[in-house]
Design a protein. Sequence first.
Length: 301
Amino acid sequence: MPDQQPIPETVILGAGGMLATIWAETAGPALRHPQLGPVAFLTAADCDITKPGDLARAIAQGVRLVINCAAYTAVDQAESEESRATEINGAAVGRIAARCREVGATLVHYSTDYVFDGSASVPYRVDAPRNPVGAYGRSKAAGEELLERSGADFLNLRTAWLYAHCGANFVRTIAKAARERPTLRVVNDQGGRPTSCATLVDITLRLLAANARGTLHACNSGECTWFDLASAIVERVNAASGGSCAVEPCASSEYPRPARRPAYSVLDLGPTEAVIGPITPWRDALRPVLDRILTPQPSNA
Ligand SMILES: NC(=O)c1ccc[n+]([C@@H]2O[C@H](COP(=O)([O-])OP(=O)(O)OC[C@H]3O[C@@H](n4cnc5c(N)ncnc54)[C@H](OP(=O)(O)O)[C@@H]3O)[C@@H](O)[C@H]2O)c1
């Protein structure tokens, strides 16, 4: 961070990532938000969250809110790099929380449905026991535990199946494949709640405005399988392009991957909706993002 900058009220870590990009759009070109005040967006090059010196500089006295969008998110790669994943998603979260406590800042952190094992058949309650089945989930669970023990003022939002018009995500991958291939086979035995980054930012702001704290779930409402989600995307792509791509359901066992995924990772939204009211259903949130993906703009990097 350059030395002569005024102290921001809000610091967003991991500014190069997908969710942080949507936060940047929300803050606007002046990097000032009515609820957040002046916002500093710090990439991994500006602030490596595994480096205590970087955190001390980035989270200075006067900062009142830190939004941690930084994470190790390569789910399959984490299986062979668990210590790196745990350093970023676990230990570093503990250090961010400790620094927030020192300066009296509130920490917003994002966690994941992958902290659960996916063996349930009803939505996971906020207080359900963590039992991750893979290295990424274990690293995020470690971060949650350190956050809870830190004594910091925090809001930990577990989200799932995140997408936006930018970044590497399922919605963009399927939208591209649908324009290139006649048939797509997509797994139909994993259920969850696809979540638009725009909805997640909106939920975060509304929870902060209501002074919500602790751990809550933050997803679009409704539930579906990856096959259902792919079908909704392809239907829209076909309609826009005059294409005829078909989607076929298949089983996860047909596509073995290094990391096991939870079969059922629907997060209970009850406590969140009790604070902010009904959350947008996933199909409604998907529509504007698909519109944007299908109408390429210079910013769709
Ligand atoms: N994507 C999903 O489907 C999903 C689902 C559930 C929960 N989440 C959670 O939602 C949050 C946002 O995810 P996202 O999809 O926006 O992730 P993302 O696009 O992968 O962005 C993560 C950012 O963190 C940065 N980062 C990595 N290591 C860092 C370090 N040591 N110091 C500072 N920055 C570092 C990365 O920078 P480099 O690219 O330069 O490494 C990247 O810009 C994460 O907490 C994630 O676990 C995501």
